[in-house]
Every structure is written in structure tokens, then in C-alpha cells.
Design a protein around this ligand. Structure first.
Ligand code: TXA
Ligand code: MG
Length: 346
């Protein structure tokens, strides 16, 4: 895999590669993505092959700044907002204006230019405007939508650096655009806007649900795993996802028996400093900042997973699901789930 830096030359080479039907890894503020031009089904199929991703799992379409309006997205054939009622249109545009570019994916009615492969045949499409400068440089010059899932093998931890992309995909991908460590570190929050205007949280992520609810002036509906067919299950809803290879055990600082941590082969990960400074383990944020925990969570899990002396990871669960705590908790819960592809219970 070749590592290209931004700037005129790097971006030009990425553009040429994408236009000729290639795939490459790009940085975003959430996690690195594996991108192809969304309107080229053959290029998109290479993403599924490289990731070993099942075809029932739809991809997110990334768009350049300037496309964040339903009218524009309709014109480009990315969405078809004619099926949306007034409240749905208003909600969608409000969220676009407030949170794009940034870690929010909106699931909207799909337009005619988006191939079946991208949406796994669903009538909706997930759209996101990333705010990473290099991702935007590329999108802005390309003026094409980029389909991009996280740049990891299916079911594994998302990469938050170019070296993690290389560790995940190696020579399956010819190019990675070097964009430094990801600023958010968790995948985007996914919200489905239904024609009747109801807004449902499909995946907690790098944008706190409270901020979305404040902007909409109402609560987001909870994901309803039971009502979705397999084809509609976001991978975020597969029980075992975002998983290290080693067994991961979740613990609460309030109920923990400290003797459990004293086993040398256990790699311990604290979200904030432990109650007793003599307790072993790495600490994600000395100051207890959820943003900082989110930023280093995946990189730390990856490191513990690669540490030969450790056979089991013990990870602290957030004590509250407020703010980014919800997404951190969600990813840790899934990382600790048995590794079978079963829908989770919520
Ligand atoms: O932050 C992110 O979202 C990163 C970066 C690269 O943008 N991308 C990412 O993609 O996390 P991926 O493929 O790992 O997860 C995309 C999620 C999946 O859970 C997929 O099912 C869901 O988006 N999704 C995409 N289109 C959807 C749709 N039409 N309806 C419901 N869920 C959808
Ligand atoms: Mg993923």
C-alpha cells in the first residue's frame, strides 16, 4: 500500500485513481474510510471484496461541502426527497445546516444515481459530509460522491490512523491518503429521517444525540432491531462488531473486585483514572473528557490486541450514557459480544 500525502500531487493522483475505477483509503474526522466513486458499481464492489464485507451491509455516501441541501442532492440523483413530507424535509435540512460538515450520517430516500450495491437494495441511502480537510479537498476537486465504509476488515475495529489501515487491509488497497490521527475517533452518528418526519437514531456515534435532539426540539426514536429485516440491520446493530481478536471483558469501576485486575495476562483499560492510583492499566483520559476517550479508544484497543503478553482485555464501561458515553459504551459492548453474527437485542 502506498501512503500519499495531501497537496496538489497527492490529491491529483487519488482523483485519477478513483476516476479509473480504483479504491483507496481516505482520512475522515471519525475514522479512515475505504472509498470508491459511489456511482461506479464495479469500483464499489472492490470495497466489499477488500473488506470481506457481506453485501447486505450498505455503505455511506460522502459528499463535498456545498451539496448539503435536499434540492442539490435531488438534482444529483443522490436523494429523492419527493417522498418526504414537510416536517421531514425541514428536519433533514436543519440537521444538515447545523452539523455538516461533521460526524453525522443522515439516512434519506435514495435517488436514481445511487446503485443497488451501495444501499444493499434499500430504498434509502446514508449520506455524510466529512469535515476532515483532506477528505474535503478530494471531494471538492472530484465533485463526485464517494461511497466509503470504515477501512477495516468486516467486524473489526475501525482504523483511526493510516498505520491501522495498513494493518487491516495491507496490499488489498493500493493507496492510503495520509491525514494523521482521526480527531473524533468514533464512527458517525446515524439518524434515519422517515417521510412522516420522525427521526430515529440508528447508531450512536461521534455526534452526541443530545445535540441532535436540541436542534430538532424533540427526542430521537430508539433503534428498533426487531422490526428490521437482516438487510436493514446496520452493522452497528450486529452484536459482534468493532471487535478485537482477544476476548474483551467489560467492567464497572463501582462493582469491580480489584483482584481481577492483578492477573498479568489481563490488559486493563480505564476510561478515566482508576479509584486507586496503584491499580494497573492504561488510562484513556486523565481529565475524564469523553471526547479524549473517544479519540484514543480504538487505537488503544488495537494496541492491547497486538500486545503479545496480554491474552484478555479488561475495559472499563462508561458510568453514564450521556454525550459520547453512549457511543463509547455501544462500541465496547459490541467488542465484548461473542463473535457470532447475530442481531443484538437492542
Ligand atoms: O464515520 C463513519 O460513518 C465512517 C466514515 C468512514 O465515514 N463510516 C462508517 O461506515 O462507519 P461503515 O460502513 O463502517 O458503517 C456504515 C453504517 C453501517 O452500519 C450501515 O449499515 C449504515 O451505515 N447504513 C448505510 N446506509 C444505510 C441505510 N440506507 N439504512 C440504514 N443504515 C445504513
Ligand atoms: Mg464499519
Amino acid at each position: 500500500m502506498k501512503v500519499l500525502s495531501g497537496g496538489f500531487q497527492g490529491i491529483s493522483r487519488c482523483m485519477a485513481h478513483l476516476r479509473s475505477g480504483g479504491i483507496l483509503a481516505i482520512p475522515t474526522e471519525t475514522v479512515y474510510g475505504l472509498a470508491a466513486i459511489a456511482t461506479q458499481p464495479e469500483a464499489v464492489s472492490k470495497i466489499f471484496a477488500a473488506k470481506e464485507r457481506p453485501s447486505f451491509d450498505p455503505l455511506i455516501v460522502h459528499i463535498p461541502q456545498g451539496w448539503g441541501f435536499l434540492k442539490k442532492l435531488d438534482e444529483l440523483g443522490i436523494t429523492d426527497s419527493s417522498v418526504l413530507g414537510l416536517e421531514a424535509r425541514t428536519s433533514a435540512e436543519k440537521l444538515m445546516r447545523r452539523f455538516w460538515p461533521g460526524p453525522l450520517t443522515l439516512v434519506l430516500p435514495r435517488g436514481a444515481k445511487i446503485p443497488d450495491l451501495v444501499t444493499s437494495g434499500l430504498s434509502t441511502v446514508g449520506i455524510r459530509m466529512p469535515r476532515h480537510t483532506l477528505a474535503q479537498d478530494l471531494l471538492k476537486h472530484l465533485q463526485e460522491p464517494l461511497a466509503a465504509p470504515s477501512a477495516n476488515r468486516f467486524g473489526r475495529i475501525s482504523p483511526t490512523s493510516s498505520s491501522a489501515v495498513i494493518a487491516e487491509l495491507g496490499d488489498r488497497v493500493p493507496i492510503v491518503l495520509e491525514g494523521g490521527p482521526c480527531e473524533v475517533g468514533l464512527e458517525s452518528t446515524i439518524v434515519h429521517i422517515a417521510p412522516d418526519g420522525s427521526a430515529r437514531l440508528l447508531r450512536p456515534g461521534g455526534l452526541a444525540r443530545e445535540k441532535i435532539e436540541a436542534e430538532l426540539g424533540r427526542a430521537l426514536l430508539a433503534p428498533e432491531a426487531r422490526q428490521l429485516s437482516t438487510a436493514e440491520l446496520a452493522p452497528g446493530m450486529l452484536a459482534s462488531h468493532y471487535a478485537p481478536r482477544k476476548r474483551l471483558v467489560l467492567f464497572s469501576r463501582h462493582t469491580l473486585d480489584p483482584s481481577h485486575l492483578a492477573v498479568a495476562s489481563r490488559g486493563v483499560m480505564w476510561l478515566s483514572p482508576p479509584p486507586d492510583s496503584r491499580m494497573p492499566g492504561v488510562v484513556l483520559s486523565e481529565s475524564g473528557s469523553l471526547e479524549e476517550m473517544a479519540r484514543v479508544l480504538f487505537a488503544t484497543l488495537r494496541k492491547l490486541d497486538n500486545e503479545p503478553a496480554i491474552s484478555e482485555i479488561w475495559a472499563e464501561a462508561p458510568s453514564s450514557d450521556q454525550g459520547l458515553g453512549a457511543a463509547i459504551h455501544d462500541r465496547l459492548r459490541r467488542a465484548s459480544a461473542p463473535k457470532a453474527l447475530e442481531p443484538s437485542q437492542g
